[in-house]
Design a protein around this ligand. Sequence first.
Ligand SMILES: Nc1nc2c(ncn2[C@@H]2O[C@H](COP(=O)(O)OP(=O)(O)OP(=O)(O)O)[C@@H](O)[C@H]2O)c(=O)[nH]1
Ligand SMILES: [Mg+2]
Length: 278
Amino acid sequence: MKFSWFPGHMKKSLKELKEALPSVDVVIFMLDARVPASSFNYDLEKLVAGKKILFTINKTDLASPAVTSAWLNYFKEQGKNVVAISSKKGSIKSLIDVLEKFRSEICEARAKRGRVGKTIRIMAVGVPNSGKSTIINRLAKKSVSPTGKKAGLTRGFHWLSIGNDMELLDMPGIFYPKLQSEDSAWHLAAVGAARDVAFPVDDLSYEILKFLKEREHEFTADIDVSSAESALNGAGKKRNFIKAGGNVDYDRTAMWVMTNFRDGKFGSFSLEFPEIEN
Ligand SMILES: Nc1nc2c(ncn2[C@@H]2O[C@H](COP(=O)(O)OP(=O)(O)OP(=O)(O)O)[C@@H](O)[C@H]2O)c(=O)[nH]1
Ligand SMILES: [Mg+2]
């Protein structure tokens, strides 16, 4: 699959992230619950060693609940701080509780060094579209950062004071130079993280149709997925996406498959499982 990875502006963001690190107390790793492996980077975890780290599995409303539980256990078994939330639809109390625990520990450590000050500075890191700005707005209880379906919405680094003695660094989504696995590229594109890298939408929709077929999704019951052409033909006919002249409109069909998958309209699916990916 043709895929141009790591666009130039990611390099710049990674550099800015490193520059911001000295003033950061807490790092929230925002993971997309459907692709926790591909939306995480081990090199970055090493880079922020010494900070308080919270793994946040977000968008649980779009993922398989059983697989999300497995991911929670996976991180807990490694002794990591982890919560699973839907920052758009559900409660974020579990996340707030951990941040408050971190705050007491940080203040205690400061007091030992003779320092005062209750404010903690938090950085939310994740691939584009993982929900960083949404969670910042939830914590601030108002809209302080624009959010939206388009990956790459937040540009530049901004410290935002969100009340409760917390400051949050809103920053663009970041990819990493190395993909976690062969499937990472289409997984990230499928969840909407990879808008600004050249990913062919027909290849992507074919991967999604194959994935649905493997899971015996009813939409694919009578679709032949042995080739991209037959899969898109089947899906297009089913939706009646026919061009003048009688051929299936592949572009429209591919866009429809991709958008429906991203929005969870085929159901809640996890693309990555801890025992396989790690
Ligand atoms: N269904 C669902 N959608 C979510 C959730 N969290 C965020 N979203 C949506 O995902 C999209 C991206 O959210 P943002 O908060 O803008 O993501 P971001 O990580 O700041 O993205 P960039 O600034 O582009 O890096 C928006 O349409 C949000 O409404 C969630 O838990 N569930
Ligand atoms: Mg953002």
